[in-house]
Design a binder for this molecule. Structure first.
Ligand code: FAD
Ligand code: NAD
Length: 461
């Protein structure tokens, strides 16, 4: 006899667990099936959170070693304990994962441990130690993604691995080769470079961070190269494997590179295998992502999907908003996600943050725009922090002045972008941003100045 609920959510990552909680708040009887013991998905267990914990620890080490002298502070004998750093990271993950457990209990979401398979619309079996059959009017698939393979790269879970292994190396590699200069390659490459590894980043394209504003990406490349990361752009990796105590990486038209660890970071693939989607008729696109309409409905009535599994930018906050909008639409008839206001942040040092459209996209779409830019070099707070690399670029419609995009490389860019995201969400113009008070001395004044610069009236440059 199947256990009956109003909604079954498959996957307890940011898309799934947030959808489950919101649905319970709205009065639904909710089940959430997760195959991992810990809740929170890729993001919490092996993604956003552990990577940010290591980025913070390694950045503090780098700052203590190199960044304090200019403040007149002398520090000698700075060292680190990698095991302690990893323990701190694991503790943060564990606390937050238990926090999700607590939220499920508080909201009355029933958690099932095991692998879910859909046998028909509204019918799910949970395979595992305690198999169970579930039935519900609605099913939301939020199974996320896993690291994409690259032909010829032989992952061995040790010398040649993915971000999951790179979040848990037990020793600093002498030489780490990173395949892919995207978010993962740059964030985790930065962690290990700061801790002393020689890091070589191999990127197929002639630029880093594809999709982000190309001017800012070019500036980032220079800054990271100064920090010691070695970039080989235009490098197509054709193979990699463990060899002896290390590994070897093969690159089209170049000598093979011997190293001691390899991090494969060439994107992520949707988790759609083994869910029974073929049998029930849920359509996938050519990238194996679930096809949904604007309300996250799949091709089968009663089955919805959100997060990494449907494609689009693979970001935790995108998955969360989709989860909320999906259940709100199911219960109230209305749900809202504005992808124009979706920020993306690369948590390197300095951070790189972006919301809205880039100049390349506006040019390609033939949208007239005006731009204003402001360097952190001319910002008083950035000077006092000793963090003057980078700038802010504001893009506004050429006729209406409506904000179309804001792109930042510089100190705390990830926090600064929140104001730009709110402004875009509210349909603000660059004039609106320019007229707002921005407290002095703050980094946010650089955003005001960049908005003023759209109209060529920045004060401090
Ligand atoms: P996931 O978080 O992948 O969750 C899916 C869950 O479904 C998993 O727990 C999985 O075990 C479970 N599952 C899969 N199949 C089944 C099944 N058949 N039955 C039951 N359960 C199943 N994004 C950001 O916004 N900011 C960041 O800083 C950031 N950093 C990242 C760093 C790394 C190293 C990585 C790898 C990713 C990072 N991301 C970041 C991306 C972010 O993790 C994803 O976009 C986000 O986790 C997607 O959420 P989701 O709920 O769609 O899927
Ligand atoms: P990515 O798509 O960001 O970057 C992959 C890079 O690999 C690209 O630059 C691509 O050109 C390159 N590449 C592809 N094939 C190659 C080849 N054969 N040889 C060399 N280079 C090759 O992917 P990622 O860094 O693996 O991250 C996966 C996802 O996780 C991203 O979509 C990202 O949104 C998400 N993520 C987000 C954050 C964050 O928000 N801070 C952090 C980590 C991951």
């Amino acid at each position: 006899m199947a256990e009956t609920h109003d909604l079954i959510v498959i996957g307890a990552g940011p898309g799934g667990y947030v959808a489950a909680i919101r649905a319970a708040q709205l009065g639904l009887k909710v089940a959430c099936v997760e195959l991992a013991k810990g809740l929170g998905g890729t993001c919490l267990r092996v993604g956003c959170i552990p990577s940010k914990a290591l980025l913070e620890s390694s950045e503090r080490y780098a700052a203590a070693r190199l960044g304090l002298a200019e403040h007149g502070i002398t520090v000698e004998g700075v060292s680190f304990d990698l095991a302690a750093m990893m323990k701190r990271k694991d503790k943060i993950v564990s606390i937050l994962s238990k926090g999700v457990d607590g939220l499920f209990k508080k909201n009355g979401v029933t958690r099932y441990l095991g692998r879910a398979r859909i046998v028909a619309a509204g019918q799910v079996v949970v395979e595992g130690d305690s198999p169970v059959e579930l039935a519900a009017k609605h099913v939301i698939i939020a199974t996320g993604s896993h690291s994409a393979d690259l032909p010829g790269v032989e992952l061995d879970g040790d010398r040649v691995g993915t971000s999951t292994e790179a979040l848990a190396y037990t020793a600093v590699p002498d030489h780490l080769v990173v395949i892919g200069a995207g978010f993962i390659g740059l964030e985790l490459g930065s962690v290990w470079a700061r801790l002393g590894a020689k890091v070589t980043v191999l990127e197929y394209l002639d630029r880093i961070l594809p999709g982000m504003d190309s001017e800012l990406a070019a500036e980032a490349l220079k800054i990271f190269a100064k920090q010691g990361l070695e970039f080989r752009l235009g490098s197509r990796v054709t193979g990699a494997r463990a060899k002896g105590k290390g590994a070897v990486v093969e690159v089209d038209g170049a000598e093979p590179i011997a190293c001691d660890r390899v991090l494969l970071a060439v994107g992520r693939t949707a988790n759609t295998d083994g869910l029974g989607l073929d049998q029930v008729g849920v359509r996938l696109n050519e990238r194996q992502q679930i096809v949904v309409d604007q309300h996250y409905a799949t091709t089968v009535p009663g089955i919805h999907a959100v997060g990494d599994v449907i494609g689009g930018p693979m970001l935790a906050h995108k998955a969360e908003e989709e989860g909320v909008a999906c259940v709100e639409r199911l219960v109230t008839g209305y749900g809202h996600v504005n992808y124009d206001a979706l920020p993306g942040i690369c948590y390197t040092h300095p951070e790189i943050a972006s919301v809205g459209r880039t100049e390349e996209q506006l040019t390609a779409d033939g949208v007239p725009y005006r731009k204003g830019a402001f360097p952190f070099l001319a910002n008083g707070r950035a000077r006092s922090l000793g963090e003057t690399d980078g700038r802010i670029k504001v893009l506004a419609h050429g006729e209406t002045d409506r904000l179309l995009g804001v792109h930042i490389i510089g100190p705390r860019a990830g926090d600064l972008i929140a104001e730009a995201a709110a402004a875009i969400e509210f349909g603000a113009s660059s004039e609106d941003l320019a007229r707002c008070f921005h407290a002095h001395p703050t980094l946010s004044e650089a955003l005001k100045e960049a908005a003023l610069a759209v109209d060529e009236r920045a004060i401090h440059v």
